[in-house]
Structure formats: C-alpha cells, structure tokens
Design a binder for this molecule. Structure first.
Ligand SMILES: Cc1ncc(COP(=O)(O)O)c(C=O)c1O
Length: 442
C-alpha cells in the first residue's frame, strides 16, 4: 500500500484515517460509511489560500468547488478557512447560505441555471454569477433590474485547451456544452453583448479546462491563451478584466498510476499559474487581475475514504473473482460512469500484502455495478472491512437511492475523534416524498 498523508497502519495492523481506527469506526458507525479527515481538508484549503496571500499579495480568492462534496459541514469549514465557494445549483446555494456562508464569497456556475436559481442568487446577493449563455444573461439582467441592482458577472470562455491527465490538446472549436470559444468569435460576441447590459457588471473571464490534470503546462497554456484573448478584447472594446478565474482540475492520487502530490506541491501548481498570469499581463500590458481558482477534488478527494463490509465472494474459474460489498454504484457511481480506478485495502488486515486480483462488486441489480476491477487485495473473507481510498470527491455528491438503497452517512474525523456530518438515512426517509393516491390505498 502507498501510505497516504492522512492514512497509516496502526500497531493492530488496522488502517487508520485522521488518527481513527477504521475497524472501530466501522463498528461504531456501521458500514457503508464515508469517512473524511478534517485536518487534510483544512490543510489543502490553507495551502491554496496562503499561496495567493504570499505570492500575489492576497489579490485573489480560493473557491471550493462544492460539487465535489457538498454538505453543511463542508461549507462551514470553507467559511472558517476564509475561502469562497462555487455552487452549481439552488440546492448547493441553499446549503451554503444555511450555514451562514458570506454571500459575497459565493460564485454561481451552471450551463443552464434555472430562473429560480438565478432569482435565489440575486436575492441572496451572492458575489458573482458565471454567465454561460445569452438567455441567462438576459434573465439575470432583467431580474437584477427588477430588484434595482447591478449584478457582478464573469463570462465562461473556452480557451481550447483540453487537458487529459498527463497531456493536453488544443482545439480551436472545442465540443463542450460549457462556455464560449475564444477562437470562433462567440466569446467576443458575448462580451460585446454583456457590455450592453445595464444591470450586469462584467468583471472578467472564467475557464475550466478539465479535471484530474497533472500537467502544469495545461494550466499555464490556458492562462496564456486567456490573457492574449483579454488583450485583443481590451484593444477592441476598452474592456480589461478585473478578475481571472482559472477553474479547478488539479489531479489527485487514486492508484499508483497517478502521481502522489503533497499539499506543498499543490501550492506549486498554483504558483505556476500565478507566474503565468504575471508574465502574461506584462507581455500584453494588462493590469494584474484578481485571481480565482476553484479546486474541488484536490481539497476533498484524498481526504475521504469509504468503508464497506465484505459479503458474498464468488469465484468464476478462469474468469474473475468477485468480492461483493454492502455498497456499490449508489454510493460511488464513478466506475460505472467513467471506469474510474481506485485502490482498496482490507482495513482490518491492512499490513497483509496483496495476494490476488479481484473485482469489487456492489449490491445493486446491475451487472456493471462495480467499484473496480483487477484490484489487488489479500484473500478477503466475508466480514472483512474493505476501505476504498480517495473517495472524498464526487462520491457522496453523486450518490443515489438506486434500488432504494440508503445513501451512507458521512463522518468527519479529527485527531482520532469522529462525528456525523451526514446522518444515516432511514427507510422512512425513502418514502417521505412518496404519495399514495387514496384510490390505491388498502
Ligand atoms: C467550472 C468548474 N470549476 C471547478 C471544478 C472542480 O474541478 P476539480 O474537482 O477537478 O478541482 C469543476 C469540475 O467539474 C468545474 O466544472
């Protein structure tokens, strides 16, 4: 096993996260269970925040991309750490506001924001809306006018840099439902359009080039292209960006095919981006914009693990061995969606070396319901506690009640102590919104 910053094997041979023994956690809180290490989350938020402070005079803001893992505690932690957040739905906005997140540090995203979401954003006076369509710009303008206010917005542009984990490609006409291309004139047309709007104040640009990216050059290239574009727009429209939002996308460790990046190295990624902004602004005669970044996965991904109990074991001779667990695609759909790879550990036998390649199956009625294939484990037995690592991002937030399974609870551990941040669902929760028309009642 590749020992993670947040994980260790204790003297009992058990996996520990944030100082808590995973076997004890499974006993106390039952499985399946999401476990998050608070110290790791805070450390990552601070690394980004402090890098902007130190290397850019604090002229920027880290926005936690809350789609990665959204719950009240996460917004409260981000609030305490003095960073902002990006929300992509009325539900995320509602949750942030509920815990007293400063609205001016909330940015709203989405390629098809609902009218109700736009109205909520305006009513809560959030800091900024990232515009992603002309119809949305019309609606924000109209609703802001109705409220007698001017809303700060930034435009989502597409620099044509597509990053793929360890490499990147440039495309002039990216095929994406997000943003406006800087190459085909559509971004320019949108800027000209936004500048005519009385109740919108265009602050600058946003781009997000992808996720799980390890290649610094991808981010640097995107900055360079965005600033070259900003310079053209300045010449033509006398509009200079006050804000440059570079999105998220820093990669994390899932398996040993990925690089393991320390918290400090993530700071270096951000430094490279800051340097590129400084260089680009000097080159193009632009004033230094406020820099925003939107990390999600790199803040919370490796901070989280999922604990399961091993149930049925089935070996199909010459084909594969299935280890079934009490969770599955309803708590982690990422293998089904993208064949994402994970590392698994038997938490109660964490010191034992792996001896076989197995597939970890969920309990849903789908043959594709797998957590992973060809995973290295010691010979698992029914009742073992299986930990799947790096499940903090895009697991709970993508969970569902498929097959009317209960979405697992989440706990936060800190110096060995654990507490719920998402409590267990009950069967009563599952039927809460069901309606049985009188004619169907017995
Ligand atoms: C606009 C935007 N910002 C930020 C993020 C967060 O990306 P990551 O979790 O890879 O850091 C995403 C992810 O899809 C995104 O679409």
């Amino acid at each position: 096993m590749n020992e993670r910053e947040t994980l260790r094997i204790n003297e009992k041979g058990h996996l520990e996260i944030g100082g808590a023994d995973c076997v004890e956690l499974a006993k106390e809180f039952s499985t399946p269970l999401y476990v998050f290490d608070e110290a790791y989350i805070r450390k990552m938020m601070r690394v980004y925040r402090d890098t902007i402070e130190r290397e850019y005079g604090g002229n920027g803001l880290v926005l936690y991309a809350s789609k990665a893992f959204s719950c009240e505690a996460m917004y409260a932690i981000a609030r305490e750490e003095g960073i902002g957040t990006d929300v992509v739905s009325g539900g995320e906005l509602y949750t942030a506001i509920k815990v007293g997140f400063p609205p001016e540090r909330i940015y709203m995203h989405g390629n098809n924001k609902l009218p109700s979401e736009i109205c909520d954003a305006l009513d809560h006076r959030i800091g900024c809306i990232v515009v992603d369509s002309a119809s949305e710009a019309d609606l924000i303008d109209e609703e802001a006018g109705r409220r007698g206010m001017v809303q700060d917005v930034i435009l989502r542009i597409n620099p044509g840099v597509e990053a793929h984990t360890h490499a990147f490609v440039q495309t002039a006409t990216p095929d994406s439902k997000f943003g406006f291309s800087i190459h085909d004139g559509s971004a320019e047309r949108m800027i000209a359009y936004l500048l005519t709007k009385k109740h919108l104040r265009l602050l600058g640009y946003h781009s997000h080039i992808g996720s799980q990216i390890f290649e610094k050059g991808s981010f640097v290239l995107a900055v360079e292209k965005n600033l070259a574009f900003a310079a053209q727009i300045k010449q033509k429209y006398a509009f200079e960006p006050e804000v440059l939002n570079m999105g998220g996308g820093f990669g994390i460790w899932y398996t040993d095919e990925d690089r393991k990046i320390t918290a400090e190295e993530y700071g270096e990624y951000l430094s490279a981006l800051i340097d590129a902004v400084k260089r680009g602004c000097t080159l193009h005669g632009l004033r230094l914009p406020r820099i925003l970044i939107e990390p999600g996965r790199s803040i919370v991904g490796e901070a989280g693990i999922t604990l399961y109990t091993v149930g049925a074991i089935k070996e199909i001779k010459g084909v594969r061995k299935y280890i079934a667990v009490d969770g599955g695609m309803f708590d982690n759909p990422r293998y089904c969606l993208y064949q994402s790879k994970y590392t698994a550990v038997l938490a109660n036998r964490a010191a034992e070396p792996p001896t076989e390649l197995v597939s970890i199956a969920g309990k849903c009625c789908e043959s594709g319901d797998l957590i992973g294939v060809n995973m290295n484990l010691p010979a698992a037995k029914t009742g073992d506690i299986l930990a799947v690592l790096s499940t903090g991002a895009y697991n709970y937030s993508m969970a569902s009640n498929y097959n009317r399974n209960l979405i697992p609870p989440a706990i936060l551990v800190n110096e060995g102590k654990a507490e719920y941040i998402v409590k267990p669902q009950t069967y009563e929760d599952l039927v809460r919104n069901d309606v049985l028309p009188p004619r169907l009642r017995r």
